[in-house]
Design a protein around this ligand. Structure first.
Ligand code: SAM
Length: 239
């Protein structure tokens, strides 16, 4: 019986972290909890060392125990820390932040900005707050490198990698309210984009039925989803 197994969501994080051309010196796994990703990155030889951190001591203890059981403890430093506060500029070439809300991720990047900007790549998997996170990234000069969707059970997760630098311009028809999905996954016709948009549409329609206050935002979201679905249809017909 294996001690841990990466699910599809963390497998996708791993793929975006990996550099095909080199073994990464150091990855910082922020909010590592059980430590599955940290340990797996070492086990699979994607990086030489990991700094695994969590704001919760009990979480970190789980990660330390797993590292010892898997025999990778010499290359995995564990530290109780809020966000990136334990890191020096350039200490981690890749910063991984998975399983937190988008607003919290934005706050973490903002709080220790020079550490975040010194990384070669930041790989993130927000659980919620996608609009807030993307708005933060676009308004604060982070360039999206890749965005992907991955399905685990019935849920579709969003995974993205970014780097400090000028954002790629978005097309005229794209507006900031569409940040519940990434332009990149739309442009690249991610296999799950249509399903994600339809799921979101259903969710917003349900909220609309149950809400009497401020339905304008929901109506706007549904209208934006319809624009995106229409664009997808047009592009599929062209190809
Ligand atoms: C849902 S778990 C995700 C664990 C793992 N990264 C994953 O994706 O499977 C979120 C973890 O983030 C940690 N966390 C929350 N806020 C944090 C912060 N400001 N700095 C570091 N860790 C934090 C929590 O203690 C928890 O262990």
């Amino acid at each position: 019986m294996p001690l841990y197994k990466l699910t599809a969501r963390l497998e996708e994080m791993k793929k975006l972290i990996q550099d095909e051309n080199k073994i990464i010196n150091c990855v910082a796994d922020v909010g590592c909890d059980h430590g599955y990703l940290s340990v797996d990155l070492l086990e699979s030889g994607i990086c030489k060392s990991v700094i695994a951190s969590d704001i919760s001591k009990p979480s970190l203890e789980k990660a330390s125990q797993l590292a010892s059981s898997m025999g990778v403890e010499d290359n995995m430093k564990t530290v109780v820390s809020d966000g990136l506060s334990h890191l020096d500029d350039g200490q981690a070439q890749v910063i991984a932040i998975a399983g937190m809300g988008g607003e919290l991720i934005s706050e973490i990047l903002q709080k220790n900005e020079s550490v975040a900007r010194s990384a070669e790549k930041i790989v993130m998997q927000p659980m919620s707050g996608f609009e807030e996170l993307r708005r933060f990234l676009y308004n604060n000069s982070y360039r999206i490198l890749e965005e992907r969707l991955v399905k685990e059970g019935r849920r579709i997760y969003q995974v993205m990698s970014v780097v400090s630098g000028d954002a790629e311009p978005l097309p005229d028809w794209w507006n900031e309210n569409m940040f519940f999905v990434g332009y990149d996954m739309f442009k690249n016709h991610d296999a799950l984009i249509e399903e994600l948009l339809l799921n979101l549409r259903k969710k917003y329609c349900r909220s609309l039925d149950n809400s009497s206050v401020q339905p304008e935002n929901l109506i706007k979201n549904i209208a934006d989803i319809d624009v995106l679905l229409e664009k997808l249809k047009e592009e599929n017909n062209e190809n």
